[in-house]
Ligand binder design. Structure first.
Ligand code: FES
Length: 161
């Protein structure tokens, strides 16, 4: 373990890796558990996990970078999830996404320069009849138009000041 890391960080990763390393196919579940516990997969976690699974760092890094779900940077303060499934697409989710990208200054799978908001796809929120739908953190918005996205983002900012 890297002695420069806080004990809690390294201990958490080591405990998760040890728990999952005896399970066949446990690497991906271990990475999910680390991300759930820490909010992301810091580069310092990779050698700890690699050691527990008797894999190389490159192999573990390859798995982390293969899946879009794994974050290799700290999560943004808020997460804007725009539904990218079929019903929302047919009702204009692409235009909502374009406006969100313009306002936030980042693309899908990225976050704002100040780390306040990430922009990520979500897949069917069960709101197809009132599409397009999106979430800001756990809050659901439906019948979203490009014109409403600025209002939704402003409201989020005001509520968190
Ligand atoms: S496709 Fe977007 S809520 Fe179902």
């Amino acid at each position: 373990m890297d002695s420069r890391l806080p004990c809690t960080f390294a201990d958490t990763v080591a405990r998760i890796a040890a728990d999952k390393s005896s399970v066949p196919g446990g690497l991906v579940p271990a990475l999910h558990s680390v991300q759930e516990a820490l909010g992301w997969i810091p580069p310092e976690a990779v050698p700890i996990i690699a050691g527990a699974f008797n894999r190389s760092r490159a192999e573990v890094h390859g798995v982390v970078s293969f899946y879009h779900d794994f974050r290799t940077t700290p999560p943004a303060q808020h997460r804007l999830g725009i539904c990218s499934a079929e019903a929302c697409q047919s009702m204009g989710a692409d235009r909502v996404l374009s406006e969100a990208e313009r306002i936030l200054g980042c693309q899908m799978h990225e976050q704002t320069a100040d780390g306040s908001m990430s922009l990520e796809p979500v897949y069917c929120l069960g709101q197809c009849a009132v599409a397009p739908a999106l979430t800001v953190d756990e809050r659901l918005w439906v019948r979203v138009t490009p014109e409403r996205i600025a209002e939704i983002l402003d409201q989020t900012r005001q509520e968190t000041l």
